[in-house]
Design a protein around this ligand. Structure first.
Ligand code: NAP
Length: 214
């Protein structure tokens, strides 16, 4: 059984998920960070793309500051060619990590807590193949944390059960990345349709909750 897929990201009031330079940008309020860490703790796996690993170097751990007796969900990186740096926080020994590559197998140069999985013939990681494999491994819930290219691929694949977007009360301007990047829809007919399930104030920002339509 494929895992339930939850996508979460934070954007500015003008719709950007990072500064124009792509550098990590704190958009979440303290209240939102607490929500995200509780969400991480409830999920079996947390996923990001290699773009986010290279720009933000996230550890993808649950902070004890927000969750006492934190769990250590499996960390998953979409990284077709195995470019994850050896010193990246996402491969630290603090939790297990799955590096999903595509096409040819990649030698594990990261450590014993890391496993390399070939998910599809390439050139990119196949999301259906990855979800099937995670399901076989008993992963029941997967939290996708970005970035924009990866979120777009998940939405386009139709695998998303929940999309939560925190809208922070700041404007970033410029041409920074947005919650959905990639090639985008070629026509309105191709655009994934969402259903707004909830909207409410959180800290000094706003939390939007969407589900798939139909
Ligand atoms: N505000 C937030 O909530 C938030 C959260 C996370 C990230 N961010 C920001 O997002 C930016 C990074 O986003 P990004 O769009 O550049 O990178 P990304 O979505 O993190 O990663 C994209 C890369 O993942 C790999 N990939 C493998 N299989 C894929 C598939 N099926 N679909 C899509 N990608 C696949 C591709 O590289 P290969 O072809 O080499 O595999 C692709 O270039 C940074 O600026 C970061 O700060 C913001």
């Amino acid at each position: 059984m494929r895992p339930r897929v939850l996508v979460n990201c934070a954007m500015s009031a003008d719709g950007k998920i990072a500064l124009h330079s792509g550098a990590q940008t704190r958009i979440s309020s303290e209240e939102d960070l607490a929500r995200v860490h509780r969400l991480r703790n409830r999920c079996d796996a947390i996923l990001v793309g290699i773009g986010t690993v290279l720009s933000d170097d996230p550890g993808l751990l649950v902070k004890e500051r927000y969750v006492p007796r934190a769990r250590r969900p499996l960390r998953v990186v979409l990284d077709s060619k195995g470019r994850t740096p050896r010193r990246a926080k996402v491969v630290s020994p603090d939790a297990r990590t799955l590096i999903a590559v595509a096409g040819r197998p990649v030698r594990n140069r990261w450590g014993q807590n890391v496993e390399v999985l070939v998910a599809g013939p390439g050139p990119r990681v196949s999301i259906p193949a990855l979800l099937d494999e995670l399901g076989r491994r008993g992963v029941r819930s997967l939290l996708v944390e970005g970035g924009g290219e990866v979120i777009w691929s998940f939405l386009r694949s139709g695998a998303v059960d929940r999309l939560t977007i925190y809208v922070g009360s700041l404007a970033l301007g410029g041409r920074g990345p947005t919650p959905c990047g990639g090639e985008g829809a070629r026509s309105l007919g191709e655009a994934p349709r969402l259903r707004l399930l909830g909207a409410g104030r959180l800290g000094d920002g706003m939390l939007l909750v969407y589900g798939p339509r139909g």
